[in-house]
Design a protein around this ligand. Structure first.
Ligand code: ARG
Length: 594
């Protein structure tokens, strides 16, 4: 970014590396990236690990001491300290406060992200539920994480294509078609397609299973091999066969299911502040692209015939990937086949620089196989794909039992939150629309719980804990935001005034630590582009809110001398802005009162 104050820490990084380059004799281009900020501010604002500069034959600890001595006096950083092989830099307070707070107060919602992705396009595929099946915890996580990553890339200047790849094809739609003829209700379908289709699917599956068992028993009685799965299964087969061969009646029915479901999904996604650019799905992958892929695989010797099916044996390339079928005996395609075709079509359509699949770690093998096939096909974009995976949610259940629908989870969280809020009667009376606030905070609770740990870790869904105001929870984060908003309302100082405040009055350690923390936000986002972990941002926001909580008693705004009030208000308003920016990036809606 051409505006240097977009990232205040960068101003320091530039300055220090300019000074250090001649002292160390190391190229500035190497010094600059070696200057990193620390997790713990006690250890310095920026830190240089001397061994990173790879100076041969010299003792790094000695070098650290030598360089610390040679570093000249200046207005920006205090004389560096050498600790072991590290050189630690502490920013001087007043210049820092002015730089950071004016940057935040003038950039507002644009403070944080740096345009590093200009001109680049990323496809983020996330959520991808299966029509007529429950929207389970895995889809919830994919939705939350994928929504966040999309926002992150977009804020950093990338052209983001948010893509939903619906599970909307396969034999289960034959089963659903048959089931709908028997159990379907137009009225219920229009009212609640997602739940009704699932109901129908469960009912018909029960019959299919019963028939299967009966056939099995019949065969066993006669001492014969079971030859049929029963009449309903047969009918489902035929239905799907007709779909694959373009039967108008079957396709029309399926299309309606798909469209009505998408409409319902859209409403739910919008509650999570998500909207898609592309509702693709397994059904949308064209036969031609799959046939083309099949031909390429055969010609390049990647696939071979086995028992009438077409198989890829990964063992020569990567042992642990085993073997995978890409075409069944009867010529029909599989999940993997459709993914191969889909990836090729997406590249043709979007010419992406990057494509991310946000999918549970249960599908690690599937995605490794997919990526390997595309690589073996020598597609030059195959190395632009990545799998952002995540662990499981344990112990999830809702009002309707253990089969979980996203809407139910959000409704449960809202009700629980409402109950928690009601316990504080005094406050509750002051909230204008408690139902609405409970809904927003309930969503925050669910989302923050999901994004708090490393993606790959499993976590236990714990309604009581996530809706509590104690600990690092969604409600706590919302509370921190509404408290800052309330200070701002009470003080009533306009932003233009805050920009003119005398920042040198912010002398207390609490103020300095807050400023240093706020300064780190742009770097946190750049780091998150590497980790692709929502927790990188969540952890940062909690660190900031903890600093805030301990500051309110020390840094009062009301009843202080006007100049001091203004300087402190500038600090709090900056904190509110950064908290707001971070929360929105996570897909949350910050509240001003609660
Ligand atoms: N619909 C799949 C499921 O629910 C997830 C799709 C993942 N994405 C993909 N390109 N395979 O398991």
């Amino acid at each position: 970014d051409s505006n240097p104050t977009a990232n205040p820490v960068d101003v320091y990084r530039c300055y220090i590396s300019h000074v250090l380059a001649p002292i160390t004799g190391v190229d500035i281009g190497l010094v600059y990236p070696a200057l990193e900020w620390t997790q713990n501010l006690e250890k310095g604002d920026l830190i240089l690990a001397v061994p990173r500069l790879r100076i041969p034959g010299k003792n790094p600890a000695e070098l650290a001491r030598e360089w610390a001595e040679k570093f000249p006096k200046n207005p920006y950083v205090r004389p560096p300290t050498a600790t072991g092989t590290f050189l630690r830099f502490y920013f001087k307070k007043d210049v820092l406060s002015k730089l950071v707070l004016t940057s935040i107060l003038s950039r507002k919602s644009a403070y944080g992200p740096i345009d590093t992705g200009k001109g680049k396009r990323v496809v983020v595929e996330f959520s991808s539920p299966n029509i007529a099946k429950p929207f389970h915890a895995g889809h919830l996580r994919s939705t939350i994480i994928g929504g966040f990553l999309s926002n992150l890339y977009e804020s950093c200047g990338w052209d983001v294509v948010r893509m939903n790849y619906l599970g909307d094809w396969g034999k289960q739609f034959g089963i659903l078609g048959v089931g709908y003829k028997r159990f379907g209700s137009e009225e219920k379908l229009l009212e609640d397609p997602v739940n009704h289709l699932f109901e129908v699917y469960v009912a018909i599956n029960k019959i299919v299973e019963q028939e299967k068992e009966a056939e099995k028993a019949k065969a066993a009685e006669k001492g014969q091999k079971q030859i049929s799965n029963g009449p309903s299964d047969q009918e489902a087969h035929e239905f799907f066969f007709k779909m694959e061969n373009g039967s108008e009646e079957c396709i029309a029915m399926w299309k309606r299911f798909r469209e009505l479901s998408i409409e319902k999904y859209k409403a739910t996604y919008s509650r999570l502040n998500i909207s898609y650019d592309d509702y693709s799905g397994e059904s949308q992958v064209s036969k031609e692209s799959m046939e083309r892929a099949g031909k390429m695989m055969r010609e390049m010797g990647i696939s071979s015939e086995s028992d009438g099916a077409i198989v890829v044996d990964f063992k020569p390339h990567a042992k642990k990937l085993g073997k995978a079928v890409v075409q069944k005996k009867d010529g029909t395609t599989l999940y993997l086949t459709r993914d191969i075709g889909a990836a090729m079509e997406r590249y043709e359509k979007y010419k992406f620089d990057k494509m991310i699949y946000v999918v549970a770690c249960q599908q690690d093998l599937h995605l490794q196989q997919l990526f390997m096939i595309l690589k073996l096909l020598k597609l030059d974009w195959a190395d632009r794909l990545s799998h952002v995976n995540f662990g499981m949610v344990l112990g999830m259940s809702s009002r309707r039992g253990t089969v979980v629908f996203l809407d139910d989870i959000l409704a449960d969280a809202r009700d629980k939150m409402h109950e928690v809020m009601r316990k504080n009667e005094e406050k509750y009376k002051q909230v204008e629309d408690p139902e609405m606030v409970a809904d927003v905070i309930g969503r925050t609770a669910v989302m923050i719980q999901d994004m708090s740990g490393k993606r790959i870790n499993n976590y236990t869904f714990d309604m009581a804990r996530m809706t509590s105001f104690e600990g690092d929870t969604g409600p706590y984060l919302q509370y921190a935001h509404s408290r800052l908003s309330s200070i701002q309302r009470k003080a009533g100082i306009p932003t233009e005034e805050l920009l003119k405040a005398d920042f040198s009055l912010l002398t207390e350690d609490h103020a300095t630590n807050l400023v240093r923390c706020l300064a780190q936000y742009p770097d946190v986002l750049q780091n998150t582009l590497k980790t692709l972990e929502p927790t990188t941002v969540v952890t940062y926001l909690f660190k900031m809110t903890h600093l805030l909580s301990s500051s309110y008693d020390v840094l009062r705004v009301l009843g202080e001398e006007p100049k001091l009030s203004a300087a402190r208000m500038a600090l709090y308003e900056s904190a509110r802005q950064v908290l707001n920016n971070g929360m929105r990036l996570l897909g949350l809606t910050p509240v001003d009162r609660m």
